[in-house]
Every structure is written in structure tokens, then in C-alpha cells.
Design a protein around this ligand. Sequence first.
Ligand code: C2E
Ligand code: MG
Ligand code: MG
Ligand code: MG
Length: 279
Amino acid sequence: QAKSAGQSGAQYYSPEVGEATRRSTRLLHDLRLAVDREQLQLAFQPQLSLASGRAVGAEALLRWQTEEGRFVSPAQFVPVAEQSGLIVRIGRWVLRAALQALARLRAPDSRLRMAVNVSPLQFAQADFLDQVDEALALAQLPPQALELEITESVAMLGLERVTGLLHEIRARGIAVAIDDFGTGFSSLSYLDRLPADRLKIDRAFVSALEAGGGGARVAEMIVPLGRRLGMQVLAEGVETPNQAGLLRQLGCDEVQGYLYAKPMAFDALGRWLAAHPCD
Ligand code: C2E
Ligand code: MG
Ligand code: MG
Ligand code: MG
């Protein structure tokens, strides 16, 4: 208690901090059980080319439904899994399961890719590249079928180490995307040194586009910024045709969002892909 009170800057015991700690301890306990019982699942959200309207791939997103039938958001449990180290085990499973799903859906001549979120701790594992190779081999997919999504928070692992690893990943033909760009501790000089194929514009900027004013001006600069740094740009959280139109004017390459498709279960993704033109 004393420790968490100190970290929060409170001088006296704070009931809120105690309650928050208890809740995350409970969450972690339930999450461990769910992992043991293989109760985590993946949802898949299509990604499309803005110019052609064709599907280019899908992003794998963790889903956890508790024994009581409640869905816990990954925004809530991924940070807890990250702090406890459990994300390493979960992440290894996500890589394998996501690629296996793609292998079952992808025709031999298809260029569809699967985007997998990678947490900084998972990325920092000495055997991370082996995990990736193994997951591709198990699914019998070429490296081009995989895209790894990292966030700017990998910066904490040290620039040299991170760029070295990213070079190795891309040398294999695996794509790298910078996720949630603009929301973290963005440093443009750092971004310039991260070897990546794609910049994912966070949903916050996509909605700011329509709002006008300063937020919109910043949002408008991200597409040219990404392109200038030699990356393709994908906008996430596209919800309205108006947003899509603005993104098209800005020269954005790819889109993902409720306007096109919500994250869906494996079977639904199979039906969705069958009904839409795909790369
Ligand atoms: P993310 O990687 O930025 O994923 C995009 C999030 O935006 C997803 O939330 C997705 O469902 C949501 N989204 C997509 N389109 C729209 C839209 O049009 N409107 C709105 N309102 N939301 C949209 P989700 O699935 O709740 O995931 C939240 C975050 O949890 C992810 O953000 C990612 O950071 C993390 N996460 C999910 N799966 C994994 C995983 O397998 N590993 C790791 N390390 N993190 C994961
Ligand atoms: Mg992502
Ligand atoms: Mg994102
Ligand atoms: Mg996000």
C-alpha cells in the first residue's frame, strides 16, 4: 500500500489506489486461468486499400470472454499482462493462432497479410525472432504474409537494439508497422530512424480530421509525414464516408475501421473475404 500511495504521489492511504490494485490483481489471476484454459480468442479486422477498395489483410485482435460471459477489453487486460510478463506467453500464442488463421483462409496465390500486435516486452525477448520464424513455419506461410505492429514505446528498449531487430525482421520480408502513431511519446528524430513499412494513424487523429481547427491541421500533416519518411500510411478507426474522403484527398494508402468492417470471428472473416475483392 505504502508503495502504491507513494507512486501516486498521495501522502496518505488512498482507497482508490487500494481498490485499483486489488482489481488488477484479480484481473491478472483470472487472466492466468483463462490462458491456462485456452479461453483467449482472436478477432480479425480487415484492412483495405483506399485507392482500389480491395482487402489487403487483417489485424488480429485479442478477445477475452470471462467464465461469467463478460468481455474484457484488451485495452484493459493487455497492460496488466504486460506488467506481469504474461504477455510473452500470450503473444507467442497470438502469433501462432493469427498465422494459422490466415493460412486457412488464404489462397496460394493470395497476397493477403496478417497484422499482429507485438508488445515491447515480447519484442525484447531474446528468442523473439525464433518465435516469429517458428509461427510462420508452423502455418507454412511466407514471411510476406506477416506484418508486426509495434508502438513507439519500444523506444525504451534502446534505439540501437530496436533498429537492429527491425532490420533483421524486414530482411526476412516481414513487414513492420508503427501502431498508434501520435499518441505516445512521439519523437520525430526517433521515428525517422525506425525502419518500418507502414505508419498507422491513430483513431484520435482520424476523428480530429472532421472536427477542423488545430487537431485537424495536425492530422493533415501525418499522412505527408509518413510518406516523406518512406512509409505507407494506414488510417485506423475510420467510421464515416466523410473521413474516408478526407483521407483519400490526403493521399492515405490504406484504411481500417467500422465503416468497412468491425473486428470479427474467424468464420465471419472467411465469409467477409469471400464477399469482397482481395489482394
Ligand atoms: P490497436 O492495435 O490500435 O487496435 C485498434 C483498436 O481500435 C481495436 O480495439 C479495434 O477494435 C478498434 N477499432 C477499429 N476500428 C474502429 C472504429 O472504427 N471505431 C472504434 N471506436 N474503434 C475501432 P481493441 O480490439 O479493443 O484493442 C485495443 C488495443 O489492445 C489494441 O489497439 C492493441 O494495442 C491491444 N491489443 C489487442 N490485441 C493485442 C495483441 O494480440 N497483443 C498485444 N500486445 N496487444 C493487443
Ligand atoms: Mg494494432
Ligand atoms: Mg492502433
Ligand atoms: Mg489504438
